[in-house]
Design a protein around this ligand. Structure first.
Ligand code: FMN
Length: 369
């Protein structure tokens, strides 16, 4: 076996996904829009749309909206977390602890917290809808669905991707029959895709990409901290067949982010990101702000399960925002956030490709000497 296993997988992945460029816009629930997804797919990459926070009717409508904007393949992403276990006492103490923060904005916390969305692993309506609508690609985050669901999606001709944050999760995804693995490093913006949030190995993108590319036959898609053509070239050197970029696309005018998020991303605040589980109930990386600071409070009680805690997190953000305070938003962003460029998505894809080629030329010269 060659030490460079992984380097010849790019064409296989492009053919499998039906795309021209090895650039994937990460699914970003709450931030992505049909316009963003379609723009990236029309530009030759793979546009993605996260429906993890939607029900099947809304997701179906979204797929049709994307289809109205592009004939190219796109990816629909679902959340495969273990369903939340409600605990009234934990939730009550959490709301009590948050109450003074709501009070600053003349608001009260919700009386009770809800599991604001359903995991795909128990959402039969979502699986049926996907099989009917047949997006070209479906991706899984936080885990994997049952084998019968995977078999049904594959039988419908859908290509499958799964996030893995270590070798063990990648092995599970390979055994389950997915087509390619998204290697998500600790640098990544948004939620950690770890299958069990209590057991996160916190591997960086470089080590994880290399580990997976040398161990598995499947194409590996690197994600986490990749912001420009240099980052893409770097993960190709590690054996990745494609790069998945989230934060790099957040500043595109096609996203649905609010002014506070956009300002933070395009300011010096973007130099500091941090992981917190206080906003949603699961570890996620975002720009350090008032909410992440709150999460670092050692007096914080046990947080409710994901996504029950998110119900409170979104309510606190709404109360603060109504008073002009944006610092309680989930401003998800990866460690490279300060490198974000506020370009239309199609222009960004073209620029990434040009940077990648320029970087490859420089590297070829350097490596030849
Ligand atoms: C705003 C935001 C939202 C995200 N939402 C999702 C999601 O819905 N599903 C998913 O699989 N990954 C999601 N992610 C994680 C990405 O798939 C990817 O791992 C990450 O963006 C890569 O790191 P980067 O942001 O540094 O490029 C999100 C990331 C960001 C920045």
């Amino acid at each position: 076996m060659s030490d460079y296993r992984g380097y010849d997988k790019q064409n296989a992945l492009l053919n499998l996904l039906g795309i021209k460029k090895p650039i994937i816009q990460a699914p970003m629930a709450g931030v992505n829009t049909p316009a963003l997804t379609a723009a990236v797919s029309n530009a030759g990459g793979l546009g993605s749309y996260g429906v993890g926070a939607m029900n099947s009717d809304a997701a179906r409508k979204t797929i049709r909206e994307i289809r109205a904007l592009t004939e190219k393949p796109f990816n629909i992403n679902v959340f495969c977390h273990q369903p939340a276990i409600a605990n009234e006492t934990v939730e009550h103490l959490w709301l009590e602890w948050l109450a003074p923060h709501f009070a600053q904005f003349g608001a009260k916390p919700p009386e009770v917290l809800k599991e604001i969305y359903t995991s795909f692993i128990v959402d039969e309506a979502m699986a049926t809808m996907l099989i009917e609508e047949r997006p070209a690609v479906v991706s899984f985050h936080f885990g994997l669905p049952e084998p019968n669901v995977i078999a049904a999606l594959k039988a419908a001709g859908i290509r499958l991707l799964a996030t893995a944050t270590n070798v063990n999760e990648a092995q599970q995804a390979v055994s389950a029959g997915v087509d390619a693995i998204v290697a998500q490093g600790i640098e990544a913006g948004g939620h950690r895709g770890a299958f069990d949030p209590q057991r996160d190995d916190e591997l960086g993108t470089v080590a994880l990409t290399r580990l997976l590319a040398s161990k598995f036959e499947l194409p590996i898609i690197a994600a986490g901290g990749i912001m420009d053509g240099s980052g893409i070239a770097a993960v190709f050197a590690l054996g990745a067949a494609a790069a998945q970029l989230g934060t790099a696309f957040v500043a595109c005018p096609e996203t649905s982010i609010d002014d506070g998020y956009r300002r933070a991303l395009l300011s010096d605040a973007a130099y500091r990101t941090t992981l917190t589980d206080a906003i949603s109930g699961r570890a996620a990386r975002g720009i350090a702000n008032k909410f992440t600071q709150l999460g670092a409070d050692s007096a914080a009680p046990t947080r409710p399960d994901y996504p029950i805690a998110y119900d409170a997190g979104k309510a606190l953000h709404a109360a603060a925002k109504a008073q002009g305070e944006f610092g309680y938003g989930a401003q998800w962003a990866g460690q490279g956030a300060a490198l974000a460029r506020a370009l239309p998505a199609a222009d960004l894809v073209a620029l990434l490709e040009a940077e990648l080629k320029a970087c490859a030329r420089v590297l070829a010269e350097r490596c030849a000497t």
